[in-house]
Ligand binder design. Structure first.
Ligand code: NIG
Ligand code: FE
Length: 382
């Protein structure tokens, strides 16, 4: 078993509640796992020695919400929005048409490109949703593609009712034959519970059928306006309620009492020019907060977790430490993973060496490519 010792770590951000940051640290990886963490001066010998020369090391980012299986883009829609048009879920149909036309080999290529782009920016764990096929065959194919890249695959047949379909018939399809075809390739079931997509009863039906098929629920909730999504996520014991932009006090209290992670996706507010979610209100209420990209061609075409950290700090008043935790350990919580998102003995050796002395530089130097090296399972991948 090859071992690697990283020495000269100016600042090690572990995201471990016991000991979040260590100055002048070292870390040993062996057999793909973290074996030892301590002071650089006390570092044991190993087969390979990497001197990071005072740079900061953080856990690989855990991007717990991304829609990567799609074709085409929506440049004109974005440009129109920046000229004053509002975002609506209606644009999803354009991506559905392009995705259906593309065919599997092209979708594999476009998904691979986005996963590689994420890795270059320090993301070592990513969740990937279906939701741009919306037929039994294309949703199954989307999940088979997603499963080539991650175990965190999410069935989002209930993204919107596709053009030409009736809502009731489509909900029956999603929670029946489509679910049956997709469940073998999915870990999670998700619903876009929103005015213009699926209402409370439809969402509950799809999620409960998904649970019966062995999938665990997560919900697109309260993104575009107030609604039942967050409370439904809490009622069903979802791993995560995602977006959480428009919340009542009751929604916040429900999240705080439930253990459901609130996953905030500031790339979507940036790209739709909408008000950011109130992260401070959630954190102050004791809600567990995760940050993710929502990478998709409509509402948030960014694959960059560093960008989301910078937005969370600047626009959502999260402290750099809170934002870093949410982008690593928080994402892991949202995926119910204990092996990634933190650097502690026994965790997977997924780590990022930054070209900076502190992780704070991710927000302090926005837009600068600070990812110098990426290691996943103890092997250098960037
Ligand atoms: O998470 N909210 C629903 N789905 C995506 C947007 C999809 C699109 O516009 O293509 C989201 O923001
Ligand atoms: Fe999304």
């Amino acid at each position: 078993m090859t071992s690697t010792v990283f020495i000269g770590i100016g600042q090690l951000f572990t995201a471990d509640p016991e000991c979040a940051e260590i100055e002048d640290a070292a870390l040993v990886a062996e057999g793909g796992l973290v074996r030892w963490i301590g002071r650089s001066a006390d570092a044991p010998a190993a087969d390979e020695r990497i001197d990071v020369e005072g740079r900061a090391v953080i856990p690989g980012f855990v991007d717990s919400h991304a829609h990567l299986v799609f074709a085409g883009d929506r440049t004109a829609e974005f440009a129109a929005r920046m000229a004053g048009e509002p975002y609506t879920a209606g644009g999803i149909a354009a991506t559905v048409a392009a995705t259906r036309r593309a065919g599997v080999p092209r979708l594999v290529t476009t998904t691979a490109r986005l996963v590689a782009e994420m890795l270059m920016q320090g993301t070592t764990t990513v969740e990937i949703k279906s939701g741009y096929g919306l037929t039994v065959t294309t949703e199954r194919e989307s999940l088979e593609i997603a499963a080539q890249f991650t175990p965190e695959t999410t069935f989002l047949g209930a993204h919107v009712v596709p053009p030409g379909a009736g809502a009731d018939d489509y909900v029956r399809l999603v929670s029946g034959p489509m679910l049956e075809a997709c469940a073998p390739f999915a870990k999670w079931v998700d619903v876009f519970c929103e005015r213009g997509a699926f209402d409370e009863d439809q969402s509950r039906h799809v999620l409960t059928q998904g649970i019966k098929a062995g999938l665990a629920p997560r919900v697109h909730a309260n993104q575009l306006g107030p609604g039942p999504g967050v409370r439904l996520a809490c009622e069903l014991g979802a791993a995560s309620a995602d977006h959480c932009t428009h919340l009542t006090d009751g929604d916040v209290a429900a999240l705080a009492g439930s253990g459901v992670v609130a996953t905030l996706l500031p790339g979507a507010e940036f790209s739709t020019r909408s008000p950011y979610p109130d992260a401070r209100r959630l954190l102050d209420a004791g809600v567990t907060v995760a940050l993710a990209t929502d990478c998709n061609p409509g509402s948030s075409f960014t694959s960059s977790m560093p960008f989301c950290v910078a937005l969370a700090v600047r626009e959502m008043r999260m402290t750099p430490r809170e934002a870093m935790w949410a982008a690593t350990a928080g994402g892991a919580r949202a995926l119910r993973r204990t092996d990634v998102g933190t650097l502690r003995v026994g965790a997977r050796a997924d780590l990022v060496v930054l070209d900076a002395p502190s992780y704070v530089h991710l927000a302090y130097r926005p837009g600068v490519p600070l990812v110098a090296q990426v290691w996943r399972g103890g092997r250098q991948v960037v």
